[in-house]
Design a protein around this ligand. Sequence first.
Ligand SMILES: Nc1ncnc2c1ncn2[C@@H]1O[C@H](COP(=O)(O)OP(=O)(O)OP(=O)(O)O)[C@@H](O)[C@H]1O
Ligand SMILES: [Mg+2]
Length: 232
Amino acid sequence: MEVRDLNFTYPDGTLALEDVSMDVHAGEIVAIIGPNGAGKTTLLLHLNGTLRGNGVVKICGRRVEEYDVKELVKKVGLVFQDPDDQLFMPTLYDDIAFGPINLGLDEQEVRRRVEEVLSEFRLFEYRDKCPHHLSYGERKKAALAAVLAMKPEILALDEPTANLDPKSVRELITAIKKINEEGVTVIISTHNLEILPQIADRIYLMNKTVLAEGESDKILADVSLLERAGLL
Ligand SMILES: Nc1ncnc2c1ncn2[C@@H]1O[C@H](COP(=O)(O)OP(=O)(O)OP(=O)(O)O)[C@@H](O)[C@H]1O
Ligand SMILES: [Mg+2]
């Protein structure tokens, strides 16, 4: 992923991104940290073309706007901050099958992928439930499972640990590392600094614009930087 001088202002005049530049290389796990309102979600929404600002956003060397929707969905899987923005089918099974069906996969492959992710996130027994009757944490996991079932090359996670219990956070970290070892590049937006030493290779600290970039250990050791950014 390559972002160059990206600027974005919402229609009501709120400036959300100001000259943001970032690079995430294939195979990395990179965290984007910043306080509430820093523009993390806004930035991630540019990666799959949901929002379009001024500047350049490239995925695998090509500008986002040059992709057709189906191609881009295979490249970038974005897991929304709020699972209720993502889950909309009558059953959990259908919700997770929705992406793979739209990729044109055959029925057998769709079932194989759905069952694999349901088991991985301990959601198999809920497969026939209405997603809105799952707990919030279960819905967070379901939203991630739905994106993983599409096997994207780049996985973008917006606040993946919010509302998860400690065991689920550990499982999520394990799942992300496994996905990364299988070759998937991972971008995580979060203000949960605790998980970062275990997972992130590099960190971008932002607040509308990029304030700092570096290896996780270096950024996390800079207490005054994190305090000034409102993260400590
Ligand atoms: N749809 C919208 N219309 C107008 N302003 C918006 C909209 N969505 C977000 N904003 C504003 O844009 C700025 C960046 O918001 P964004 O959601 O990207 O921040 P964030 O870093 O993801 O925050 P959080 O940590 O709370 O999730 C904020 O000032 C917010 O108020
Ligand atoms: Mg956000």
